[in-house]
Design a protein around this ligand. Sequence first.
Ligand code: PMP
Ligand code: GLN
Length: 378
Amino acid sequence: VRTKLPAVGTTIFTVMSALATETGAVNLGQGFPDFECDPKLVQAVTDAMTRGLNQYPPMTGVPALRDAVAAKISALYGHAYDPATEITITAGATQAIITCILAVVRPGDEVIVLEPCYDSYVPNIELAGGTVVRVPLVPGTFRPDFDRIAAALSPRTRAILVNSPHNPSATVWSREDMLRLQDLLAPTEVLLISDEVYEHMVFDGQQHQSASRFPGLAARSFIVSSFGKTYHVTGWKVGYVAAPASLSAEFRKVHQFNVFTVNTPVQHGLATYMANPQPYLDLPAFYQRKRDLFRAGLQRTRFRLLPSQGSYFQCVDISAVSDLSEQEFCLWLTREIGVAAIPLSAFYGEGFDQRVVRFCFAKRDETLHTALDRLARL
Ligand code: PMP
Ligand code: GLN
């Protein structure tokens, strides 16, 4: 086969989850909750199915859900998107991101990614025929280096992908960071694909700085989010893209041919459930408590803890614990200690190892305690 993606194998998330299942390890690798979502949400979806809402919805998404998303963005970030022309419901953030890229990137266009980055970005750009321009986040702190981003911009740059709160490093961009990005892009026509799937998981009283808050960014941005993260339903695979009408029109041209539409009853259920903002308003405190519990337990180990400002991830430096590479360490930890983690090298191009691994703390307290007891042996 003349492969289009020679560097791509099976994703690390699939590999580590399979190994965790096989070995009976506690799975703190792949990012997903091991607890149930709110029964009211399940009821809302069940009600929609029972009411017979089971055929294709409109191509761009169920109107009530698009309205709810626009209302939420307006309430939280102060930007009014028109639900008719500027919000599109997607099959999770994954489909949203590849659709953005296919809609705007032509062969030869450059797309900037800030490494480490979510593992779908680079293959998505390659599938579109784009050229990947990798700019490292500052090693150790994972902060954006605006001088390096500025140096990476060229007349061929079509787009930049930004993700805050950040998977895997759990860093969060500040208002100043977003203003700098806005200034940097102001003289250009570069588009921003802003992956905000962890928008409702920001800790310690910080605020999520959505690109939609910044008019100079909003005008050039596809904003991507995922109900899977927000409502503890990663398997439902429903998300959305918010973008100005001209960009949304391009997005929808591709969307109508790669999925056309997304699960009808789930969209109706989400629309009903979203009438109450409390669940997402409660999310920072919910996950901050889990973060604190997990970090307190990790203090008993020789791992060096990195900050976790947002998302549901906690990264640790393994140097004081092991001489293995990140990848080997994760395999060893799963098999021998019974806890699965993800090596940060999975979020970089070839051959990068800074001795850091990622744990997911979106787990029942009991699961976290079991994992911590095992890790305490290290
Ligand atoms: N972007 C980031 C940064 C993610 O962590 C994830 C989920 N792992 C996604 C996108 C994909 O989200 P979804 O499951 O809604 O496709
Ligand atoms: N986003 C999740 C993570 O980073 C996993 C998604 C996936 O399995 N592709 O762990």
